[in-house]
Design a protein around this ligand. Structure first.
Ligand code: SF4
Length: 491
């Protein structure tokens, strides 16, 4: 059996997306939630396909690289049966629905978004015409908890990498004209995004309206795409907003609804989220239960680790593994008295928990040799950096370091505290691999602070930077990003 649909540049399950090291398969896990049976199934398939690792991606789905032969029809069907593949292959390539990995267990959340994610996923799977939307259609739903999907931004709706973002807020909205003193209730505030730009809106959507309104947002987006039949590439939300403007788009959506979109500017926003605040052991909203957040080196789970996580999840009820957009993993629903036992078992799987682990927030794209666009071997360089820093530096908070083999930044579209952009450096008689190093998430400069550093010299340079940060920060509350902003560090 061959791939069911034609090759697609955006990987999915049913598409033979080629890379230099074989085919690339991406398995959708809406919200990042996997049950033990699904985890076992994926581990078995990866083994059959001759792959050693399974990658947690930055949309909290799973990706398997270096697949040398096309999966059989039976493999596709089995994945559909365990709920890991769209029933309609045509829509499978659309981006994974993103939600907070602590949805339903977060003590601070205002609403559990899991039913909404499931309802929206079902809607998309039953509307084949949505396959005409760009594969990068991206939807995020945030419930206002302590672990928001905008963890790398101050507020959930400032996460700029979802084209359609719904973020829980509280607002007093009269339900009818007679109601003088409305009660504060949960709504979702709509923001639109694209190309690292945010179009915030005053639109509030009640939870029971979400599916129908997002459906119309997608349909009007689809109209826009279909009105450009000769475009070389399908236009995206950012093009729609640039060409029509935000108000025209919202007006066209309102025109298709029974009630116009609700505009409210006075809202109560959730507290800002803490970067990597999900790592470690945390109490759940359910009394007596905790969740454990553990780092995964470069988001790469070995088959043994995935099977081990499935086994651990099976010992609790309900057993679940939550993949996060930060390429880490959560194990929820652990009775408090079992936490220390589970921690030992995680450590024996090579997944120890420690918020101090310097490698918990290092991310790297595929790089050479798998990706044709790459100029550096980002993965081995990232592993060498992680090993070196683990030996040399102790941190009391994770530092987000991103290695990318070209400016496309597949591994992390948002700025990192330290970004390493691959380059080649000319030396007498040879070209060597190296990195330009950018510091801070707020840098307005397109110039790196450190230019053309040979890959072999990167670990000691980063060590020096981290030691400067440790020695000269105001307090342990000051992040590396804040430290960089108030100092000017140059080569
Ligand atoms: S960021 Fe560039 S080099 Fe890295 S995987 Fe993406 S396209 Fe390839």
């Amino acid at each position: 059996m061959n791939w069911l649909t034609e090759a697609n540049v955006c990987p999915g399950l049913f598409y033979g997306t080629p890379a230099r090291d074989g085919f690339l398969i991406r398995i959708r896990t809406p919200g990042g939630w996997l049950n033990p049976q699904q985890a076992r199934h994926i581990a078995t398939l990866a083994e059959q396909w001759g792959c050693e690792t399974i990658q947690v991606t930055n949309r909290a789905n799973l990706q398997i690289r270096s697949v040398q032969t096309s999966p059989t029809l039976e493999a596709f069907q089995a994945l559909q049966q365990v709920g890991l593949a769209a029933q309609n292959p045509e829509v499978d390539h659309l981006r994974n629905l993103m939600s907070s990995p602590t949805a339903g267990i977060d003590p601070q959340e205002w609403i559990d978004t899991r039913p909404l994610v499931q309802a929206l996923d079902t809607y998309i799977q039953h509307h084949a015409e949505l396959a005409q939307l760009p594969a990068k259609l991206s939807i995020g739903i945030d419930g206002g908890g302590a672990v928001g999907i905008g963890t790398r931004a101050p507020l959930a709706w400032e996460h700029r990498y979802n084209e359609i973002q719904l973020s829980a807020v509280l607002a007093n909205v009269p339900e009818n004209r007679q109601q003088r003193t409305p009660r504060e209730k949960v709504y979702f505030r709509l923001a639109l995004g694209g190309d690292k730009q945010l179009w915030d809106t005053p639109i509030l959507i009640a939870p029971d309206e979400c599916v129908s309104i997002v459906a119309v947002l997608m349909r009007v987006y689809l109209d826009y795409v279909c009105s450009h039949p000769t475009a070389a590439k399908k236009p995206r939300m950012k093009h729609l907003l640039q060409e029509w403007g935000l108000e025209t788009y919202l007006d066209r959506v309102s025109d298709r609804l029974e009630q116009p979109l609700r505009r409210v500017t006075e809202v109560r926003k959730p507290l800002p989220t803490q970067p990597y605040g999900h790592l470690g052991v945390h109490p759940q909203r359910q009394t007596g239960l905790s969740y454990i957040g553990t780092g995964v080196r470069l988001g790469q789970l070995t088959i043994a680790q995935l099977l081990g996580l499935a086994q651990l999840a099976e010992t609790v009820e309900p057993g679940q593994i939550c993949l996060t957009p930060w390429q880490t993993v959560l194990l929820p629903n652990i009775p408090n008295e079992q936490v220390s036992d589970q921690l030992q078992k995680l450590a024996s799987l090579g997944l120890p928990i420690s918020v101090n682990r310097v490698d918990a927030a290092i991310v790297a794209c595929a790089g050479k040799p798998g990706c044709a666009a790459a100029v550096t071997q980002t993965q081995p360089h990232a592993l060498a950096l992680a090993d070196y820093l683990t030996r040399q530096v102790t941190l009391d908070r994770p530092v987000n370091i991103h290695l990318t083999g070209c400016p496309k930044s597949c591994a992390q579209p948002s700025p990192a505290e330290i970004t390493l952009l691959g380059t080649t450096i000319e030396r007498p008689n040879e070209m060597i691999e190296g990195y330009h190093i950018y510091l801070g998430t707020h840098s307005q400069s397109s110039l790196p602070q450190f230019h053309s550093i040979p890959a072999a010299d990167v670990p000691s340079l980063i060590e020096q930077l981290l030691n400067q940060y440790k020695n000269y920060r105001y307090s342990s509350d000051e992040s590396l990003d804040e430290f960089i902003n108030r100092n000017s560090i140059k080569q």
